[in-house]
Design a protein around this ligand. Sequence first.
Ligand code: ASP
Length: 397
Amino acid sequence: MSLKSISDQKKVRDVFFRLFKEKKMTFCKQINKFLTLHAMIKTKLMQSQQNKSSILLIYTGGTIGMIENAETGTLEAFNFQHLRENMPELKKLGYDVQTLQFDPPLDSSEMGPDSWMKIVKIITDNYQKYDGFVVLHGTDTMAYTASALSFMLENLGKPVILTGSQLPIGVLRTDGKENLITAIEIAAAKENGYPVVPEVCIFFENDLLRGNRTTKINADNFNAFRSYNYPPLAHAGIYIKYDEPQIYHPVLRKPLKPHYLLDRNIAILKLFPGISPQVTESILNIPGLKGVVMETFGSGNAPCDEWFLKKLHDAVERGIVIVNVTQCLGGSVEMHRYETGRKLLEAGVISGFDSTTESAVTKLMFLFGHGLNNSEVVEHMNCSLIGEVTIPDTFRP
Ligand code: ASP
């Protein structure tokens, strides 16, 4: 275009301003769009930060915490403070995982009431800060710890998932990484802002089991735990499938009430054919003894020898609570079923129904620890405190 006249120049100027205005508008629109997008991303990020579950990982000890020293080939304690460096997989989960470890880490054979109290204290002190807890623990006594924690953490409303492994985390074929990662996922799982599994559980090799229903059944298989009398709460395959109706959800959300009182004056009396009066007596006459978990045959049967029944009867008369649990892995005690069981009932032995030994032992420790007298203990043994036992509808104390 050639600028021949003033009017032409004016026209150009007008066009220029129009174009400038349009461009300016487009530019403004783009800026606006960009700012809106930026705000949206920022909000989403903030939301995801808020929704990002925070997990406290408590390493107590056990095989899982071992790592192979690349230079020497020896197994050394894994430093969980450097968990993220050692396990880059964790970053992908996107949770905020903090760690705490026992010093020194303990083989689970060395764990007992003091260590259970320590775990309860850690969970209580950090209860508000975290959405869930993962307890790394040796497998040998994990079922005892899980049972004890289920009683000691009254009104628990957040997941406490125990796991460990059969092979150290630093060994190529380890089952530890998968167990740990899935346990963290379960501890972090929420639905409508609420935890999916607000229970003390054991996660091991694909199955999430109620802690106080679980028993270690294999010393070297990856599939080391079972809950014979209660279904798994979840199964981890490609997806983690929760069996919602089996999961315990507190009706009322009450504040966590930690308990630190446990009484160790408990014994296990495992029957075997040919058990002698001396063995039976030496257990039932332990000074200070308050409770006995008696492992019987089948549906709760025992020898009918006079001397045996008398020793049980005398012990009950002295105030000892004797709880009958079966040596079988699955099924329940029914003392009415056979003469050999009925005699135990007459001697004053109470039923442990389908409790595991681990659960019955720790429940007695817990009840006597709180100073309950023996009829109160019996009363509480005859009901389920936290899903540890199935009381038949037909049961009349
Ligand atoms: N002895 C070890 C423990 O229970 C075994 C394991 O961690 O699996 O601590």
